[in-house]
Design a protein around this ligand. Structure first.
Ligand SMILES: [Ca+2]
Ligand SMILES: [Ca+2]
Length: 275
């Protein structure tokens, strides 16, 4: 009797495996599509409904990075309906990824009816193509999204790509500079003394979100670090003095910001003539 049951079970298992194989074969016959969904306007919310015929399609959106501003991406999966019955289907998610210059800058699983997911802020050279890809779109459902790219403008904002001393952003006396340190980012600044005198260089971690740090260091010139004039700049610790030094008219001093502990750290730098 037991043997009989075992035999039946084995047959059922084999049949199920064969059935699955047929389904898998059927799915892999349909080629996944790369679907271009057009451009996003900065500051405007786009509402789109996505339907995948294979469950493996990729949906692409593009926008150009703004000038003199950072940007952030917000995504909300506001509706998921059964394709056949058109009934609202609770639960479920898809995947969103943003890429610039082949670097993935943001990746998130976005759940249905879970509010808006907002990326950290990113600062890039203006006019770069940022691609937003949505995938994991199940072929049983249609998904409605709201996508927004916002820019955030700052006074005296850093000028990316300032990742090298030769491309350093200019600092001006008594003008507070604003910057954002992204993952793998380095921000160089240069100050050219308008008059001979003593100048004080200060920096602050201006994040609102608790925690995090970055490194700030003074440089006597493009290649020569000013030893002892560096510090880790923590969130919530206020302004740090990096250096006070005498500069002759026309002499330059460099500041390097690097090694952020997380994505999208805000900071400010100021230079003040003290004598
Ligand atoms: Ca930066
Ligand atoms: Ca940079």
């Amino acid at each position: 009797m037991r043997k009989e049951i075992k035999k039946v079970c084995k047959r059922i298992a084999l049949a199920a495996a064969a059935f699955c194989a047929v389904i898998t074969l059927g799915k892999s016959d349909v080629k996944a599509q790369d679907i271009q969904m057009g451009n996003l306007e900065i500051g405007q919310t786009k509402t789109v409904t996505l339907q995948s015929s294979t469950g493996r399609d990729n949906f692409y959106f593009h926008f150009a990075t703004p000038k003199n501003a950072s940007f952030k991406i917000s995504v909300a999966l506001i509706e998921r309906r059964n394709k056949k019955t058109n009934e609202i289907a609770d639960g479920g998610y898809t995947h969103v990824k943003a890429t610039i210059d082949y670097k993935d800058i943001w990746s998130k699983y976005t759940w249905h009816n879970d509010g808006t997911y907002t990326s950290p802020e990113f600062a890039y050279a203006p006019g770069k193509d940022c691609t937003i890809r949505i995938d994991d779109v199940d072929d049983w459902y249609k998904y409605t999204y709201q996508i927004t790219v916002d820019k955030v403008a700052y006074l005296n904002f850093e000028k990316e790509n300032n990742n090298f001393p030769t491309a350093a952003t200019t600092l001006k006396n008594k003008k507070t500079a604003n910057g954002i340190l992204n993952d793998g980012d380095t921000d160089w600044y240069v100050f050219k003394a308008p008059k001979t005198g003593k100048y004080k260089f200060s920096v602050v971690n201006s994040n609102i979100e608790d925690g995090g740090y970055f490194h700030c260091e003074g440089y006597k010139n493009k290649n020569k670090v000013d030893y002892g004039k560096g510090a880790y700049i923590w969130q919530g610790h206020g302004w740090y003095k990096i250096n006070t030094l005498k500069l002759k008219k026309g002499k330059k001093y460099y500041i390097k910001i690097s090694s952020g502990s997380r994505e999208g750290i805000h900071y400010q730098i100021k230079v003040k003539k003290v004598k």
